[in-house]
Design a binder for this molecule. Sequence first.
Ligand code: SF4
Ligand code: ZN
Length: 281
Amino acid sequence: MSNESIKQFEDRVKNTIKKFNLIDKNDKLVVACSGGKDSTTVLYLMKKLGYNVEALTVDLLIGDWSKKNLDNLKKFCKDNEIKLHEINIRKELGYSICYIRSTIQSKTNLNNCMICGVMKRWLINKKARDLRATKLVTGHNMDDEAQTIFMNIINGNPKLSLYLGPRSGVRDKKFIERIKPLYLCSEEEVTQYSRMMNFPVLYKPCPCSLNSFRRKVKNILDDYETRNHSAKYNIVTTFLEIKPKLKRLYKDEEIIYCKSCGEPARKDMCKVCRLMSIVQN
Ligand code: SF4
Ligand code: ZN
């Protein structure tokens, strides 16, 4: 990536923020960080663009992988003078994600990322709200979004895509709106940018995701993209065109509050409380 390509990449992120009206100047941004290339890139750019930004991470306690990512993130935040907030999953939920997952999987057929994703989103939303964040920034890129749209179709659940897009999530006072400034950047471009900027990150996937459905879909889309270079862009932009129609087709479910933890939910109990009751019983 040349200096020219770095500028083009940064301009695309700026244009994405402008095009989708992602950030107001008074926003307090909290970036959900894993220590990986995507969230580190978006954290760096939010700081570089002059926004009021802090970093938030969940230590999932996935052995050496979590430890290295956390060390990298601490170094990055220190070097860039960004305040980092850490959530330790054992302190919050009583166990490591590996224990939570294996216990749930001994009784259900839920996959690794589904369980882990639910826990992380719940922890991050709660903490971002405590930090008085007005927007929660994620490192989701165009590949991630195209994969999710595709997965929801394959699973026969396009309704779930209602919560996708560059500004995503549900509208609720207890839910911090999520924004995705890398929405129109491919994973390859983010990787090149991160390498060029010498960010201290691991370029290895999470060890728990190797057999995931997402990874299989990723391989299909990557393979197809070698023959049709705009495949992922087409999936994402077509989705944005039809999203208003999807909204009319599927009525949004009402948000209520979990009777156990008080967090936003669609049933009496939120997904985290339902899953944790499996772990504890
Ligand atoms: Fe969790 Fe899956 Fe992400 Fe690994 S890849 S951290 S298991 S959601
Ligand atoms: Zn709950």
